[in-house]
Design a protein around this ligand. Sequence first.
Ligand code: NCD
Ligand code: ZN
Length: 345
Amino acid sequence: MSALLTLTRPDDWHLHLRDGAALVSVVPHSARQFARALVMPNLKPPVTTTAQAQAYRERILEALPADADFQPWMSLYLTDTTPAAEIERAAASGVVLAVKLYPAGATTNSQAGVTDLRRCRGALEAMERLGMPLCVHGEVTDPEVDVFDREKVFIERVLIPLRRAFPGLRVVFEHITTQEAADYVRQAEGEIAATITAHHLLYNRNAIFQGGLRPHWYCLPVLKRERHRSALLQAATSGNPRFFLGTDSAPHARDDKESACGCAGCYTALHAMELYAEAFDAAGALDRLEGFASHFGADFYRLPRNAGRITLQRAEQVIPASLPFGGRELVPLAAGETLGWRFVG
Ligand code: NCD
Ligand code: ZN
């Protein structure tokens, strides 16, 4: 096996960059490896309008290192009151690529999310008409539903009825974590795709509890049991273009994670491609990494594939114990552990 792996430059179709000093700390990590990213809108307050998305995009561009070659694509945060006219503005803007559905209360900064999709009819009709994809955080928030079942129940209660009501709506099922989600995306009719994170390919839920409670392995949707991890790995390495890369790298300051009520989110942007390479390598499927990381997402979003290339080298490196995060500290996923791959450039 060659010690070097060269691929078309990849894109990250699900990324949290935050804002202000935190943004300045993390955006160089994504810009080093990826040509483009779809930036999530769950700021405080959320990015609900095209004007806010344009202003956030300018802040991201300003935060980039001078030599960076990185294009942020923006997403709008869907609310109960998003008007169809806002979707039309977004589609015409040239900077907004998708709209994000956060069920209210499902995850970090989702308080302003959708309480009932029936309230979003006008916006969803406009999206269906304009070909604007809806990216979904696919978990129900019903407290009666076990946290490990929330994605599976979302498919039955929300996703299937939504796609029946809007059959032309283009949907991305974000950061899928279960066999049921992978099966649904593989078999469903119409335009649907899914992103898969590196951490859901590498770890099952035991990682959260190994030797004690490990908050840096806690994210939403939460890691699931091994049967699901192996189904996701099978989907990601299958060559099916409905499955593509989205890191869901979600930085939180160390003290917000190592807390009595720790925030959800794993930080993977610094070594994203090395982590995916580990997962694909373990599955004997390194030849499938390029499609997943560099082709299928661009194709779904109807954007050209990137012209540049990157190289990964089979060489060990240790993930740092912590990183600067504004004036605070950020602990990357698997801090202190050794990776078998290294991003060369
Ligand atoms: C994300 C965050 O911190 O913004 N957290 C996470 O656990 N993935 C939000 C999200 O994508 O659910
Ligand atoms: Zn996310």
